[in-house]
Ligand binder design. Structure first.
Ligand code: XUL
Ligand code: CO
Length: 437
């Protein structure tokens, strides 16, 4: 393998005392926690778009990340070379998975047919690289938002031809995901939302989005792709209102249109916070409904109200995430995709390693901390005890549906008043979490 990162070798685990910035201090892939290796709990994926296509552009400034391997063209040759860069990077990092949009890996041609041929050429190279390294595809997706044809949306565009184009594109994206052994397929809304309700038929747009997902599911079935479909909530950006607003809106959509059991959720931290929720809230909400499929790991900035897609380094955040994930027994076939980018001021290729090492170590610490909290059981015992009035007596009857308002009125008329409340002990529990961190 040619060396695009000559100054970096394989990143190893050196333990918490290590001061080597190019080593893991917490992520020890083979180490077993609660009967499963860290690698299998975390199932890390590198995202192709930010990592290998990110150029540091922002609304105010031009590209800052000029990569030495990139010839600046949108050619198939340049895209093929990028596959080698990506697999050298991921191998050295020790990431078991990656994720991509169709347009991240291959350039768009002058017609759909040419675009598909470009994609096929790159997919052949991706397949070789996967076989050579053992790195697998966590999920594929289609970019239905960059090209100007998608200005009004894709499946929710008022232009039926755009719907048809998007369908053709997703058909192909599912085929290549299948070809590469992808374990999931993601729908993120892109521009599926609205900028102004005066010009929008919301009912027709939602009906169209649902029809689109049903077509995707039917086509996947017809070619034998049995990967998990995932819907990724995001409240806004690029549209003012995205139809995949948050976990609750997505699950309502999934149920309204008969997609339950077919589509689960891919929850992203910065999207959760843009929706005014914590990541833990979104995960818990999805998980209790059996719909937490995968996560996009990143973080926003408390002072900025947009999707900054920073690498996660906050150990509290990662602990909260891992508490929910461990409670549901893991994410497989989903995983932890770093939908995150280095800052536009972090201009060296080696910064990509620092960023991913930090994110992986933060999640490893979250995993260890969550496991310690679970082992002692103080938190779960507290919650169990807090609801114990439902384990017997009147509470048990409420839960098993054997009483209604009349019986509850009779019970309370007889009793006179409710039993006294007990303390929620919020501060004590916050102190408890700090003990483990
Ligand atoms: C955009 C975003 C996407 C999806 C995949 O905010 O998160 O990259 O993860 O389309
Ligand atoms: Co994402």
């Amino acid at each position: 393998m040619s060396e695009f990162f000559p100054e970096v070798g394989r990143i190893g685990y050196e333990g918490p005392q290590s001061t080597n910035p190019l080593a893991f201090r917490h992520y020890n892939p083979e180490e077993v926690i609660e009967g499963r290796s860290m690698q299998d709990w975390l199932r890390f994926a590198v995202c192709y778009w930010h990592t290998f296509r990110g150029d540091g552009t922002d609304p105010f400034g031009a590209a800052t990340l000029q990569r030495p391997w990139d010839d600046g063209s949108n050619s198939v040759d340049n895209a093929l070379k990028r596959v080698d860069v990506a697999f050298e990077f991921m191998s050295k990092l020790g990431a078991p998975f990656y994720c991509f949009h169709d347009r991240d890996v291959a350039p768009e041609g002058s017609s759909l047919a040419e675009t598909n041929r470009n994609l096929d050429a790159i997919v052949a190279r991706l397949k070789e690289a996967q076989n050579a390294t053992g790195i697998r595809l966590l999920w594929g997706t289609a970019n239905l938002f960059t090209n100007p044809r998608f200005m009004h949306g894709a499946a929710t565009s008022p232009n039926a031809d755009v719907f048809a184009f998007a369908a053709a594109q997703v058909k192909k994206a599912i085929e290549v995901t299948h070809e590469l052994g992808g374990e999931n397929y993601v729908f993120w809304g892109g521009r599926e939302g609205y900028m102004n309700l005066y010009n929008t038929n919301m009912k027709r747009e939602l009906d169209h989005l649902a029809a689109f997902m049903h077509m995707a599911k039917d086509y996947a079935k017809s070619i034998g792709f049995d990967g998990q479909f995932l819907f990724e909530p995001k409240p806004k950006e690029p549209t003012k209102h995205q139809y995949d607003f948050d976990a609750a809106a997505c699950l309502n959509f999934v149920r309204q249109y008969g997609l339950e059991g077919i589509v689960k959720l891919n929850i992203e931290t910065n999207h959760a916070t843009l929706a005014g929720h914590s990541m833990m809230h979104e995960l818990e909400y999805a998980s209790i409904q059996g719909a937490l499929g995968s996560i996009d790991a990143n973080t926003g900035d408390l002072l900025l109200g947009w999707d900054t897609d920073q690498f996660p380094t906050d150990i509290y955040l990662c602990t909260q995430i891992m508490l929910v994930i461990m409670k549901q027994g893991g994410l497989q076939p989903g995983g932890t995709n770093f939908d995150a980018k280095v800052r536009r001021e972090s201009i060296d290729p080696i910064d990509l390693f620092h960023a991913h090492i930090g994110g992986m170590d933060a999640f490893a610490r979250g995993l260890r901390t969550a496991a310690a909290i679970r082992k002692d059981g103080i938190l779960s015992d507290f919650v169990q005890q807090r609801y114990s009035s439902y384990d017997s007596g009147i509470g048990e009857k409420i839960e098993n549906g054997s009483v209604g308002f009349a019986e509850l009125e009779a019970y309370m008329l007889e009793k006179g008043d409710a039993d006294a409340n007990s303390s929620g002990r919020q501060e004590m529990l916050e102190n408890l979490i700090n003990r483990y961190i």
